[in-house]
Design a protein around this ligand. Structure first.
Ligand code: G6P
Length: 460
C-alpha cells in the first residue's frame, strides 16, 4: 500500500503499439515527474488514465512500470470526460476562451457528458482508495479530476487529500455560466480536499471568490508557484543531441537575431496575435527585416477538437503569409516547427535573443522560466500579463497586454534593441526568480503541508 499517491489524467509513461504488436514505452517529462522523484518509488503510486490504444493494450497485457497504475476507462466514457468536458468546457471556462455569442451551450448532451466526467472521476477515486495505506497523502492534479477529492473523502475519510490546479481559475462571472447544480458539484468536489493548490495568488483568489459566490466558504487555498531546476535543465540543454540541433538552427538563421516561442498549439497561447505582432514589427520597424528570425515551435495538441484543428491550420497559414510578404531568397522571417521535439526546443532556447510568451491566460507557463535559464547570451523576455509567471517575473520582463498587438510589436522592438548589459542583468534576476521553487521542493512543500493538516470536514 502506498503512503504517497499522485493522480493525473496524463501519466508519466505512455505506450505505442507497433504494427508488429510490440509495445514501446515513452516516458514524459514535466514538473510532476521530477517532483515525485523526491519520494522513493516504494512508497508512491501514480494513478493515471490509459490514453490510447497502446496504453489500453499495456493494461490488458499487464505491462507497466512499478509505481504507475493505469486505469482502462471505457473509450466512449473517456472521450466524453476528456474531450467533451475537461478540454471543451472546464479548460474553456478557466481560460475565458468561449466565443460568447455562440458558446457555451449547456443542454441534454452536455449533461450526458457530465455523467461520463463524473464516472471517470469516480473511477479514479475508487482506484486511489484501493491503493492508499491508512492516513496516506493523495495529491490530485488538475481540472480533469475536480470531483476526485469529494468522492475520495467519502470513501476514505482517513486520507489527507490535496488538489492542485495547473490552469488559471475562472472568474465568478465566467464560472457562473455553468448550470447551478453542476457548478456546485464542481466546487464541492474540489472542497473535499484538505488543501487546494494554485500556481499564483490570482488564481487562488478567483477560486475563493467562486466558492464564496456559491455560498461555500473556503480557507483551504495555498499558493505554490512551480519553478524549474536550473542545474537539471542546463544539463539537458547542453547534451550532444541538443548541440547538433543548435548547430543546424544556427546555420539556418545565420547571424540574425532570434525571437523564440515554444507552445502546444493551444488556443490560450495566443500564437496568432504573436505572429500579428511580429508582422507589425517588420512593418513599423523595417530596419529589422533580414536581421531577425522568429523561431516558433507550435506542436499540435488536442487534435480531436475541431477548434484546435482550425487554430493549428490558422497558425500555419499566417506564418506562410508573413513569409510570402517579407521573405527574400535567403531570409525566411518565420520558421515554424510542428514537432514535439524537446531537444530542438532547448536548442532554440539557447539561441534566444528574445523570448515571446504572450498567452491570453495561463496557469503558470514554464517556458517563460526555462528560456532565461538556458539562453546562452541572456534573453529579453516579452511576457503577457495573463501568464501566471507574470507575478514572479514582471519586474524584469517587458510586459504586454496579450490582446494589444501594437504594444506587443513595440515590446519586441525594445527587446531586440535592449543593451547587452541590461539584458544580462535582467536575465540573472529572471533566472533567480525562475528557479526559486524547483519541482522537487514544490512537491515536498505540498506534501509537508498536507501532513501537517488535520483532515478537513466535508463542506456542508
Ligand atoms: C496543461 C494541463 C495539463 C495537461 C497539459 C497537456 O498543461 O494543465 O494537465 O496534461 O496541458 O495537455 P493534454 O491534454 O495533452 O494532456
Amino acid at each position: 500500500m502506498a503512503t504517497v499517491l499522485v493522480a493525473s489524467n496524463r501519466g508519466p509513461v505512455s505506450y505505442v503499439l507497433g504494427e508488429d504488436g510490440s509495445l514501446a514505452a515513452r516516458r514524459g517529462g514535466g514538473g510532476l515527474v521530477s517532483g515525485l522523484s523526491a519520494v522513493s518509488s516504494q512508497e508512491s503510486v501514480w494513478v493515471c488514465a490509459a490514453l490510447g490504444e497502446g496504453d489500453r493494450e499495456a493494461v490488458r497485457r499487464g505491462v507497466g512500470e512499478p509505481g504507475v497504475r493505469m486505469l482502462d476507462i471505457a473509450p466512449d466514457v473517456y472521450a466524453d470526460a476528456y474531450n467533451g468536458i475537461a478540454n471543451s468546457v472546464l479548460w474553456f471556462l478557466h481560460h475565458h476562451l468561449y466565443d460568447i455569442p455562440r458558446e457555451p451551450v449547456f443542454d441534454a448532451e452536455f449533461r450526458r457528458r457530465w455523467e461520463s466526467y463524473r464516472g471517470y472521476n469516480h473511477a479514479f477515486a475508487e482506484a486511489l482508495a484501493a491503493e492508499a495505506a491508512e492516513g496516506a497523502a493523495v495529491l490530485v492534479q488538475d481540472y480533469h479530476l475536480a470531483l476526485v477529492p469529494g468522492r475520495l473523502r467519502d470513501l476514505r475519510p482517513d486520507l489527507r487529500i490535496s488538489h492542485f490546479t495547473h490552469t488559471p481559475w475562472a472568474s465568478p462571472e465566467y464560472l457562473g455560466m455553468l448550470p447551478d447544480d453542476i457548478r456546485e458539484e464542481l466546487l464541492r468536489g474540489m472542497l473535499g480536499a484538505d488543501e487546494l493548490g494554485f500556481h499564483t495568488r490570482r488564481w487562488a483568489a478567483a477560486f475563493t471568490d467562486c466558492a464564496a459566490a456559491a455560498g461555500l466558504g473556503d480557507t483551504r487555498v495555498a499558493v505554490y508557484p512551480l519553478g524549474v531546476d536550473g542545474d537539471d535543465l542546463r544539463a539537458l540543454a547542453y547534451r550532444p543531441e541538443v548541440d547538433e540541433r543548435r548547430a543546424a538552427l544556427r546555420h539556418e538563421i545565420g547571424d540574425r537575431r532570434t525571437i523564440v516561442r515554444v507552445d502546444r498549439t493551444e488556443l490560450s497561447k495566443n500564437i496568432l496575435r504573436g505572429l500579428q505582432a511580429y508582422r507589425e514589427l517588420l512593418t513599423t520597424h523595417p530596419e529589422w527585416r533580414d536581421r531577425v528570425v522568429h523561431l516558433a515551435s507550435a506542436y499540435p495538441s488536442r487534435q480531436d477538437l475541431e477548434s484546435y484543428r482550425a487554430y493549428t491550420a490558422a497558425v500555419a497559414a499566417l506564418a506562410d503569409e508573413i513569409n510570402t510578404e517579407f521573405g527574400t531568397a535567403d531570409w525566411q522571417p518565420v520558421i515554424v516547427s510542428v514537432q514535439d521535439d524537446f531537444p530542438r526546443s532547448l536548442a532554440a532556447y539557447r539561441l534566444a535573443d528574445v523570448a515571446l510568451v504572450n498567452p491570453v491566460r495561463d496557469g503558470m507557463n514554464l517556458v517563460a522560466k526555462e528560456i532565461p535559464v538556458v539562453s546562452e547570451a541572456g534573453c529579453a523576455l516579452v511576457l503577457s500579463t495573463g501568464a501566471g509567471a507574470y507575478e514572479e517575473l514582471k519586474e524584469d520582463a517587458l510586459t504586454v497586454n496579450p490582446f494589444d498587438v501594437s504594444q506587443t510589436a513595440e515590446a519586441l522592438h525594445k527587446a531586440l534593441s535592449m543593451p547587452p548589459a541590461e539584458r544580462t542583468d535582467r536575465t540573472k534576476r529572471l533566472t533567480a526568480a525562475a528557479t526559486a521553487l524547483p519541482p522537487q521542493r514544490w512537491f515536498l512543500n505540498q506534501l509537508e503541508s498536507l501532513r501537517d493538516r488535520t483532515p478537513a470536514p466535508s463542506p456542508t
